[in-house]
Design a protein around this ligand. Sequence first.
Ligand SMILES: Cc1ncc(COP(=O)(O)O)c(C=O)c1O
Length: 397
Amino acid sequence: MQLAERGIVEIEDEYRIPLYHKRDIALVRGEGPYLWDAEGTRYLDMMSNYGVAILGHAHPAVTAAIVAQAGRLVSCHQSFYNDARAAFTQALQQLLPSSLRHISFGNSGAEAVEAALKYARAATGRPRLISAKRAYHGRTYGALSVTGEAKHRASFAPLLDGCEQIPLGDLEAARVALVDAAAMIVEPVQGESGVRVASDDYLQGLRRICDKTGALLIFDEIQTAFRTGQTFAFEHSGTVPDIMTLAKPLANGLPIGVTVVSPEVADRIPPGSHGSTFGGNPLVCAAGIATLSVVGEPNFNPHVSKVGAVLLERLRAIEHPLIREVRGRGLMVAVELKRNASPVLQRMQAADVLAIPAGSTSVRFLPPLIVEETHVIQAAEAFEDALRAVGEKEGNG
Ligand SMILES: Cc1ncc(COP(=O)(O)O)c(C=O)c1O
């Protein structure tokens, strides 16, 4: 494929439904923490394609696994057994707490959430689904119904009946809302809305309320898994959910969604009540096995914590009137600005560093988890330069 940058942009723009605010570069190649555009410019990747390429791009073990499996068997319906699926299942089990054992496969985060919501209703026999304001759980109808931001839901009503959003961190609201509810779904760190960390106390409180009311606790770890310095973000609070959703990083870029449930929930899901043609296919599972074997190495979480702490510290050290707050856990970090983030992101891109927005006012750093301190220091410096340039232009610092 040898399309020049202009050709790529023209073709996509002519035929796409304009759903995305496009960045004006075409990314065509990656290696480790770097991406290249069609004109040969190299960028430092501080976004891992929205939290997906955690081992960086073209990771040799993942590439080798994909190539080998592609020459062997790509698809295998889940009504048959498969060796790659079994091996992936085993690798995932080694990372999970013993009370979260049973899994089903889909192909994306939204699908993992759909399954979780269906299982919660099936297991409890109750319809009401509670989520947090500002939450993001995906774009399909069920996931959208528990997504907090009204802007994502506008135009698509009516959504699922029985869904209600409560403020993140408000246990009193949870106590009221969770009476007779099927479940509370929550991101341990809200990603899309600007990296808002749910406190350990709050997650522990939710667990207690769910235990009392019989509502199930669902943690959406689609963005947080492996990224916060623990294998799963819930480990910081020691709060184990009844259901957990996983997707983005599991196969380092191949599409995957997994819903994990406790044995008690699994027992109450009617056989045949959910499924997916592509889910759990051997190609994705082979990439997933290679990915999880790196994630399971003893130094993986300490590395994420250490490099994440450097990034957070460097960003917190920046003094600028346009900064409202710096938030983060591990290598999931955002700087909320007092203005729209996009000019800052554009200037960082012009300095060959790619970060992404979270909401409209936050600059978010979701780098591959193999980045070193030198990379995050470079990113923090590029952010500071970009912020100062934008501020000066507007007479702000
Ligand atoms: C926490 C969370 N849940 C669900 C999703 C939806 O995942 P997908 O885009 O793969 O459907 C996302 C995507 O950003 C997410 O961050």
